[in-house]
Write a protein that binds this ligand. Structure first.
Ligand code: RB5
Length: 142
């Protein structure tokens, strides 16, 4: 499994913690930046995430900004990206089960490292549910 990670300056610290956790669990990582806390615009990171996701055939995008809001809006304007802004274990699971999200987004200034790690583990362990959820997803193109 390969996951592409990216963050603006507001999400940088949490991205680093999640990246470390994923690497320890032998998950392949591609990090598109930011690589420090210098100010960077989240739409630029969203574009880089989507480009890498498609070119490298990654399994998921994990994205971070201060609230998670800006980068989730930016990602959801890109074709074939279905980004879910998650904020606890339950929303992490439902982002996979109900929404089949190919991108999850977290607010670096909103979440503890412990919560974020619990969330990414829950998302990765969850399975997509079909039937009425597939019908609903189809109505928005996937
Ligand atoms: C950057 O200061 C902040 O606005 C950004 O990280 C994000 O929270 C935007 O939605």
């Amino acid at each position: 499994m390969t996951i592409v990670l990216g963050a603006d300056h507001g999400g940088f610290q949490l991205k680093e913690k999640v990246k470390e956790h994923l690497s320890k669990n032998n998950i392949d990582i591609i990090d598109v930046g930011a690589y420090n806390e210098d100010s960077v615009d989240y739409p630029d990171i969203a574009m880089q995430l989507a480009k890498t996701f498609e070119e490298k055939k990654c399994d998921y995008i994990f994205a971070f900004c201060g609230t998670g809001i800006g980068i989730s809006i930016a990602l959801n304007k890109i074709e074939n990206i279905y980004a879910a802004l998650i904020y606890n274990k339950e929303t992490a699971i439902l982002a996979k089960e109900h929404n089949n999200a190919n991108a999850i987004v977290m607010g670096g200034r909103q979440l503890s490292t412990e919560t974020a790690i619990e969330m990414v583990d829950a998302f990765l362990a969850a399975n997509v549910l079909d039937e009425q959820h597939a019908r609903r997803r189809k109505k928005i193109g996937y």
